[in-house]
Design a protein around this ligand. Sequence first.
Ligand SMILES: NC(=O)c1ccc[n+]([C@@H]2O[C@H](COP(=O)([O-])OP(=O)(O)OC[C@H]3O[C@@H](n4cnc5c(N)ncnc54)[C@H](O)[C@@H]3O)[C@@H](O)[C@H]2O)c1
Length: 353
Amino acid sequence: MRNLLITGGAGFIGSNFVRMMLAKYPDYRLVVFDKLNYRGNLQNLRDVAGDPRYAFVRADICDAQAVANAIREYQIDTIVNFAAESHVDRSILDADAFVRTDVYGVYVLLEATKDFGLERFLHVSTDEVYGEVLTGASREEDALEPRSPYAASKAGGDLLVRAYHVTYGLPVIITRGGNNIGPYQYPENVVPLFITNAIDDQPLPLYGDGLQERPYQYVLDHCEGIDIALQRGQPGGVYNIGPDEQVANIVMARKLLDLLGKPHSLIVHVFDRPGHDRRYALDCSRLKALGWRPGHTFDQALEKTVRWYVDNEWWWRPIKSGEYRAYYEKQYGERLRLAGQTRPELAEGERTP
Ligand SMILES: NC(=O)c1ccc[n+]([C@@H]2O[C@H](COP(=O)([O-])OP(=O)(O)OC[C@H]3O[C@@H](n4cnc5c(N)ncnc54)[C@H](O)[C@@H]3O)[C@@H](O)[C@H]2O)c1
């Protein structure tokens, strides 16, 4: 394994993975293959752009020809697939792109893995494919019971990966990670949304009672787990990656306000997301048996994440304009108005009709 195609490598987790792998393996070449959707951002990789072991291809994983060209040109032997439409709320507004990329795109990559006889295909998936787990923790052999269009699309991808292993003997690995936090996460996800809103003294729109529990983990702990699964995992194996603790969203919101020295009164309970999973939890003993351990507690992960957003306004301020504002208004405008909390500075012109 030397030449890795990192699909979706210009997104949040993929870019952190690329940086980590370049630092860890001097003899690897990493080719980021990314169509740059609204979340894909070359600024996420600007510090590695000059590295001769890094290359970038702008293309869609649904385009079989482009995938084949990249594999040939860069003599790829391994694919790590981060490419996905990744935001649950957007999948509820419109699932079309989710089904295309997260199911059909995975099929295209599997066909390429088969045709070119690649050494490894690692598919990055999510704990959301298990659906909500009200007690206990999901194990890798548990049934997939996704409850959002995003989770269902990811589960479809997972099932194709499994089927290509059983049918064609492809050397695949699936990882299922808990919620990531850390640098370069697009600020529509709840943690960076809340941090950046709080910095600007804007309300934090918290869904429902805020008691939904998530296994939040620092993004580099997840990336480390992906690498361990890649190096030491069994072909056909599935590996959960997440921390031992779950944290309620309201606790996360209060802690980040405390870290920023902002009042808890910025939290505004708004109408919940339909089908909002109450709780995710992961049993990660399989990956731990390969030597993986989470490197951060939740408090350490949150503190590092808050500090990064405070120090890197250059990155997120330009994002929180244009299309982002339109999406934010669609997702939260009415919710905040119903909660009676919309600030006057949310201009009249930005409101939906
Ligand atoms: N964020 C999390 O907490 C989390 C947790 C577990 C698993 N995951 C999974 O990890 C992966 C990465 O998540 P993320 O949070 O970094 O997402 P992200 O949205 O930040 O990044 C996804 C990247 O994929 C690219 N992309 C989308 N469609 C594409 C296509 N058709 N062809 C090529 N590139 C395409 C985007 O441009 C973007 O750069 C996803 O597969 C996601 O399901 C995420």
